[in-house]
Design a protein around this ligand. Structure first.
Ligand SMILES: Cc1ncc(COP(=O)(O)O)c(C=O)c1O
Length: 378
């Protein structure tokens, strides 16, 4: 029996064509060596940018291929001039690694409240944003809580008040599972990973930087790919500004295939498919007061977090693993702010993807019910 992956928010199963593409390019590299192989595949490698620009509605030169969201996010913040009197606005669902960056750099941080219903408190946002706000970093769907944040409403609200504020979206969990259109949501920067809902390979990610804000950024790492010395002065390219010379073409090709698949299948279809699966799963426990879910059903996505009365998360995780079901335990490292507010240590996270079947979900439900019934003897 195969393992069932309900840890898509960690890393989903890549599409078959993704692995095929990677393997076949590695064979080409074996034949020609890395440089000539990349040259031969130049057109295909460039399709990465056209596929992604189609998905998020941007220009091809606004995208840089990178290895992760964390790298993309850090490269961006370390390339932005942030003065002492500036402040950075974040929200109570901010990702754990980003909080480490703020702590290290001692930025003046303003944390906007998220209400009990999982929605951003606009009164608090209005009170905290001001003319010294340099950037706003917003997590679209958090790692530790599947509520979908109203990014379009928030960024448009901010841009109306302070058009110069840079709006950054962490789309790590939203890209590939819901529609993310950078124009519609009015964002200046977007960071995301390939291995989650896009079903790309591990070690892939990207950053989108709107051409309009290009002049506000001095990329942290300059090399002969994104810059040149001309008449004794460094000139930085206008395209794909965060890319450096060395990268993995095979992973870029695999990632491109995944995005192509998503575009072909249709993101709206994926979105509604995943949403229905979360609704279906939660409905099975409607009358069970032993399980508590932590999302607002009105803003539900594929990520579901829960606790079972009297059974700790590690026991649940291990029990499901013994039944060949993969889920994950999310802890305060994913977001100190969120867990502090919730006053819980950890949660079980079940994250569905379109490729998960209803049979698999029924099996998960059966296992959880068995576990609840057996609780006394575990
Ligand atoms: C919301 C969110 N942001 C950022 C990250 C970091 O992504 P990566 O591990 O690809 O750097 C994650 C990872 O799970 C995440 O869930």
């Amino acid at each position: 029996m195969k393992y069932i992956n309900f840890n898509n928010a960690g890393s989903s199963k890549p599409y078959d064509v993704v692995n095929k593409e990677i393997n076949s390019f590695l064979e080409i590299e074996k034949h020609y060596g890395g440089y000539y192989a990349a040259l031969k595949y130049k057109k295909k490698l460039n399709s990465f940018y056209s596929n992604l620009s189609k998905l998020i509605n941007c220009k091809i030169n606004e995208i840089s291929f990178l290895s992760s969201t964390t790298l993309a996010w850090n490269l961006f913040f370390n390339s932005l001039k942030i003065d002492k009197d500036n402040n950075i606005l974040i929200f109570e669902n901010e990702y754990g690694s980003n909080l480490i960056y703020y702590k290290k750099n001692r930025h003046n941080l303003k944390i906007v409240k998220i209400n009990e219903d999982g929605k951003v408190c606009f009164d608090d946002l209005k009170n905290k944003i001001n003319k010294h706000t340099k950037a706003v970093s917003l997590c679209h769907i958090a790692s530790q809580c599947g509520n979908r944040i109203e990014v379009e409403k928030i960024f448009n609200f901010i841009k109306k008040l302070f058009p110069e504020v840079i709006c950054i979206l962490d789309a790590c969990q939203s890209i590939g599972q819901i529609r993310v259109d950078v124009k519609k949501i009015n964002c200046d920067v977007l960071v995301a990973s390939g291995r989650k809902y896009l079903r790309g390979p591990r070690g892939t990610g990207f950053i989108y930087v709107k051409n309009k804000i290009r002049d506000k950024i001095q990329p942290l790492i300059l090399d002969m790919k994104n810059s040149a010395i001309i008449r004794d002065k460094i000139r930085i390219n206008k395209s794909n500004i965060f890319e450096n010379f060395e990268c993995s073409p095979s992973l870029q090709l695999g990632f491109s295939k995944a995005v192509e698949k998503v575009n072909k299948f249709g993101i709206e279809k994926i979105e509604s498919n995943i949403y229905k699966k979360s609704k279906y799963f939660r409905k099975k426990f409607e009358n069970c007061n032993q399980i508590k879910f932590f999302e607002n059903v009105d803003t539900l996505t594929g990520i579901n977090t829960l606790k079972i009365k009297g059974i700790n998360s590690l026991k649940i995780y291990n029990y499901l693993l013994s039944k060949r079901i993969l889920c994950s335990i999310t802890t305060s490292s994913a977001s100190l702010l969120y867990f502090k507010k919730l006053k819980v240590k950890d949660l079980i996270r079940i994250s569905f993807h379109e490729y998960n079947s209803y049979n698999e979900i029924n099996y998960l439900v059966k296992c959880l019910i068995d576990l609840i019934k057996k609780k006394a003897i575990i």
